[in-house]
Design a protein around this ligand. Structure first.
Ligand code: AMP
Ligand code: GLY
Length: 455
C-alpha cells in the first residue's frame, strides 16, 4: 500500500518511521514533513490545512491511505474531503474533530455518554467566570475553549491570574471552560477507532510543563515514556469500557462517527479515573515512545481503522523494552521560540545503541544544513530493558546534540524509573508522593500558580 502522512512534527516522523517497517507498505509520502522525514521519504510542501490541496495531492500520488497527524487539518475538514474523494483516511471528519477543537463540545458529549470527567462550566464573560471560579474554588483551572496547541490552559491558585487568563480568551473572541481541579498523576491512552470498534494502544505519560519538577508554563509536551508500570491493573479495560466505547458510540449515534485515534488524557484521581481532555489525533511526544514499542505493522492497522474493519485486526504485539523520549526545544520556547539555528550531532546521537532521533521543528537551510524551525525541535528516543536504561540512553543522545540556546527537561521518566509515582488512594484521598522540592512530577498541574503561555 501507498500512504501519505500529513503533518510537520515529531509525531509524523515517528509514524513515517513505523510505516517504513511495515512489510505491507510499499511507498510513503509526507506533507509537509520536516528535515528528518525528508531523509526517509519524499515530502511535499503544501498547505496541509487546505482540504482541497491535500485531496489533490493524495489523488495525484494515488495513495491507498492518508494519515492525518495534527488537529488543525482535521478541524479544517481535511479528512472529510479526502474521504469524499474515495480515499481511505485515518482521522476524524470536521464534526467529530470538535471533540478536541471545542472543550465545551467535548464536555457535552462526555455528559451524554456518561464519561467521568471534571465538573465544568462554560463562561462567556467576566461575571460568569468569577461565578464559576468561586463554585469550584482553588486551585483554579481555566481553559481556552478552542484549539491552543496544549497551551491554552492555566492552572493556578491565584484567582486574579485565573480571571486574567479568562479575560484574554474573551478579548480574543472565545469562551472559556472553568473546571474543578483534578488531583493525581496523568496518563495518555491512545485508542484506535473505526467508527464502531475501539482498540487501545499502550499507555504513556507526557510531561507538559517546560521546566523540571513540573514548573513553568505548559508546552505541547517535553518528553514521554512507556510503559506506565505504576498504573493500576485494569486501567486500560476501564478506560475502554467507561470512556472510549461510550464516546465512540455517542458520536456514531449523533451521525458523526469517530474514525482515527481518540487520545484520552486521563487523571488518576483519588475519586477514580477522570478524563482531563480528549484529542482527536496521536499525542506528541507520546507517539514517539508508543510507536517505538509497537510491533504490529502500523500501516495495515490504521488502514483497518480507516475502513471500519478494526474488529478483524490482529491482537497488538509490543516490544518488551521501555522507551523514553526527551524533547529538545528552542531557546525561549514556549513563548517566542528562536529558530533558524544549526543543529549538530544528529548522526552521532543516532549511532548510539538503542537511540534514535526524531525531528519535530527542523528544516534544511539553503546550504542543505539542518536548522531549527519550531518550538520543539527534536525528540531523542532511548530504548532499554527498563525505564532507567531507556532514559540513560535518551539522555546520552541528548548530550551529543548541539543547538544554541536549546532547552530540555532532565527529569523525564525519572520518578517512574525510581518507582516513586503512586495513584492517590480513593479511601484516604492521599495525594501522590511529594518530592524533596515539594513538587509532584506526576501531577504537573499541581505546580499551581504558574503562568501559561499561548501559542
Ligand atoms: P488540556 O489542554 O486540557 O490537556 O490541559 C493541559 C494540562 O493542564 C493537562 O495535561 C493538565 O496537566 C492540566 N489540567 C487540565 N485540566 C485540569 C484539571 N481539571 N485539573 C488539574 N489539571 C488540569
Ligand atoms: N502531548 C500532548 C498532546 O499531544 O496534546
Amino acid at each position: 500500500m501507498k500512504v501519505l502522512v500529513i503533518g510537520p512534527g515529531g509525531r509524523e516522523h515517528a509514524i513515517v518511521r513505523s510505516l517504513l517497517r511495515d512489510p505491507n507498505v510499499s511507498e510513503v509520502h509526507a506533507a509537509p514533513g520536516n528535515a528528518g522525514i525528508g531523509r526517509l521519504v519524499p515530502t511535499h510542501d503544501i498547505d496541509a490545512n487546505e482540504p482541497a490541496v491535500v485531496t489533490a495531492l493524495a489523488t495525484k500520488l494515488g495513495v491507498d491511505l492518508v494519515i492525518v497527524g495534527p488537529e488543525a487539518p482535521l478541524a479544517a475538514g481535511v479528512a472529510d474531503a479526502v474521504r469524499d474523494a474515495g480515499i481511505a483516511v485515518f482521522g476524524p471528519g470536521k464534526d467529530a474533530a470538535q471533540l478536541e477543537a471545542s472543550k465545551a463540545f467535548a464536555k457535552q458529549v462526555m455528559a451524554e455518554a456518561g464519561v467521568p470527567t471534571a465538573m465544568a462550566r462554560v463562561a462567556s464573560n467576566a461575571a460568569e467566570a468569577e461565578d464559576a471560579l468561586d463554585t469550584f474554588g482553588a486551585p483554579y483551572v481555566v481553559k481556552d475553549d478552542g484549539l491552543a496547541a496544549g497551551k491554552g490552559v492555566v492552572v493556578t491558585s491565584d484567582r486574579d491570574e485565573a480571571l486574567a487568563h479568562a479575560q484574554t480568551c474573551f478579548d480574543a473572541g472565545g469562551d472559556v471552560v472553568i473546571e474543578e481541579f483534578l488531583d493525581g498523576p496523568e496518563v495518555s491512552l491512545f485508542v484506535l477507532c473505526d467508527g464502531r470498534t475501539v482498540v487501545p494502544l499502550a499507555p504513556a505519560q507526557d510531561f507538559k510543563r517546560i521546566f523540571d519538577g513540573g514548573q513553568g508554563p505548559n508546552t505541547g509536551g517535553m518528553g514521554a515514556y512507556s510503559p506506565v508500570d505504576w498504573a493500576p491493573a485494569g486501567l486500560v479495560d476501564e478506560v475502554i469500557a467507561r470512556v472510549a466505547q461510550p464516546t465512540v458510540d455517542e458520536m456514531a449515534h449523533r451521525g458523526t462517527p469517530f474514525i482515527g485515534v481518540l487520545y484520552c488524557g486521563l487523571a488518576l484521581t483519588s475519586r477514580g479515573t477522570r478524563v482531563i481532555e480528549f484529542n482527536v489525533r496521536f499525542g506528541d511526544p507520546e507517539t514517539q515512545v508508543v510507536l517505538a514499542r509497537l510491533r504490529t505493522p502500523l500501516g495495515r492497522l490504521l488502514l483497518a481503522a480507516a475502513k471500519g474493519a478494526l474488529d478483524e485486526a490482529e491482537d497488538l504485539r509490543w516490544a518488551p523494552e521501555s522507551a523514553v523520549a526527551v524533547v529538545v526545544a528552542s531557546e525561549n520556547y514556549p513563548d517566542a521560540p528562536r529558530t533558524g539555528q544549526r543543529i549538530r550531532g544528529l548522526r552521532k546521537a543516532n549511532a548510539l545503541e538503542g537511540v534514535h532521533v526524531l525531528h519535530a521543528g527542523t528544516r534544511l537551510d539553503d546550504d542543505g544544513k539542518t536548522v531549527s524551525a519550531g518550538g520543539r525541535v527534536l525528540a531523542v528516543v532511548g530504548m532499554g530493558l527498563d525505564l532507567e536504561e531507556a532514559r540513560e540512553r535518551a539522555y546520552d543522545g541528548v548530550a551529543l546534540i548541539h543547538l544554541h540556546g536549546s532547552q530540555h527537561r532532565r527529569d523525564i521518566a525519572a520518578k517512574a524509573a525510581r518507582g516513586e509515582i503512586s495513584v492517590p488512594n480513593p479511601r484516604t484521598g492521599a495525594l501522590p508522593a511529594v518530592s524533596a522540592t515539594g513538587a509532584t512530577e506526576a501531577t504537573e498541574a499541581e505546580a499551581a500558580g504558574v503562568r501559561t503561555a499561548r501559542a
